[in-house]
Design a protein around this ligand. Structure first.
Ligand SMILES: Cc1cc2nc3c(=O)[nH]c(=O)nc-3n(C[C@H](O)[C@H](O)[C@H](O)COP(=O)(O)O)c2cc1C
Length: 368
């Protein structure tokens, strides 16, 4: 069996779509299929102009001189075509839409009633175009694919076509996240099974399809936190947070960092964030989690990225460095009343993760 895939992600082989596509093709190859991938982002594909020349003046041939004639031959050579793409605006990305539009020459202009409905007969006697759809979305809920699935089901409801299954993966950005590798294995395994089944049984079985219809992000709230932390590290300011600080300083914002007074670790971290030196931080991207115990316990984190630092309440989804400290210890360290290194060695606070980051505090928050 010859399986020809068309990857319509603008990120081509670097994208999340590719992870699913490769898993599917690996499964198909394990059953003896021959596979090929065409990256649409690397091809020259002009928009269809709607001139109908491919139906009239030059039947089967488009007016454009680009990579589509070659791609159409590849479509025609496939026993199964795989359309793989990220979800864009609840639909296919423009690249994939141009590709689909430009398959127009494969149809004949006549409309003919076949198997109870009017269709354009196929121009060539290639047999049915069997296809599998592979997509992935940034949102964690599967309902974002509802419109897309309905569209492809309709395209597959045609005597010349057959849709063998759809792999629509919500929470797609997890596919290339090293930390998530263990958590997403089940989805990649099912995607591989789907590849095997298409070769062996001619379709994705209902059991595998049911697994693939689940979201990769089992906890949408946790996933949203992870995504937002990512954007923070990219220097994005969240809509409900002020520039440079995730929350406001509750006491006098002008208060010196080293003036402990009535200060809290919460306020101190907001001041640290504003004292962050963009020059010294360079291209550092990091999340520093504080687990504060003592009379004013709390969870806070500093998000550093794109030359900015912001302070946030709560637990970050991932942290490069975690500092577990009684409030008083950390306030004393920052006020210079307690030697940070000595306090660490004597176990007055604990550190997990990238301790080199801790060593850079003096430089990163130089003003403080
Ligand atoms: C222009 C654009 C539109 C997008 N629209 C959606 C959308 O409607 N729904 C969604 O869940 N994700 C949307 N996303 C997110 C992508 O589907 C997601 O990042 C996906 O993992 C990208 O796959 P890729 O790396 O293979 O390109 C959009 C991304 C871009 C750049």
């Amino acid at each position: 069996m010859r399986i020809v895939a068309f990857n319509g992600s603008p990120r081509a082989a670097e994208g999340n779509t590719e992870v699913l596509l490769q898993a599917f093709l690996a499964g198909a190859r394990a059953e003896g299929a021959e596979t090929e991938v065409n990256y649409l982002a690397t091809k020259d594909i002009a928009h269809c102009t709607g001139c109908f020349s491919c139906w009239t003046k030059t039947p089967g041939e488009c007016v454009h001189r680009d990579d589509m004639p070659d791609l159409l031959l590849r479509v025609r050579s496939a026993d199964v075509a795989v359309l793989a793409f990220p979800l864009y605006g609840n639909m296919v990305p423009g690249l994939m839409k141009d590709f689909i539009d430009r398959t127009f020459p494969l149809g004949h202009p006549a409309i003919k009633k076949i198997a109870g409905q009017y269709v354009h007969p196929a121009r060539y006697a290639d047999g049915k175009l069997r296809s599998v759809v592979i997509s992935n979305a940034g949102f964690p809920e599967t309902h974002h694919f509802d419109g897309l699935k309905a569209t492809f089901r309709q395209s597959g409801d045609n005597p010349h076509a057959e849709l063998l299954g759809m792999i629509c993966c919500a929470g797609g950005p997890l596919l290339r996240t090293p930390d998530a590798a263990g958590k997403i294995r089940w989805y990649l395994d099912a995607t591989q099974d789907a590849g095997r089944e298409v070769v062996r049984n001619g379709r994705i079985t209902p059991t595998t399809q049911a697994i693939l219809d689940r979201s990769l992000a089992s906890d949408p709230g946790e996933y949203a936190g992870w995504v937002n932390d990512y954007w923070r590290r990219e220097g994005v300011v969240m809509p409900d947070e002020e520039e440079g600080a995730g929350y406001r300083v509750s006491s006098d914002p002008g208060q010196s960092l080293v003036d402990r007074g009535e200060s809290t670790v919460r306020d101190l971290l907001a001041r640290l964030a504003s004292a962050f030196s963009a020059d010294r931080g360079g291209d550092l991207r990091a999340t520093i989690q504080f687990e504060v115990s003592d009379e004013k316990p709390g969870l806070y984190f500093l998000a550093i990225g794109s030359g900015r630092c912001s302070a946030h309440e709560g637990r970050a989804s991932t942290a490069d460095l975690t500092i577990r400290t009684p409030a008083d210890v950390w306030l004393k360290v920052c006020a210079g009343e307690l030697d940070g290194a000595a306090a660490f060695v004597s176990g007055q606070y604990q550190v997990v993760g990238d301790t080199a980051l801790l060593m850079r505090f003096g430089t990163l928050f130089g003003g403080a």
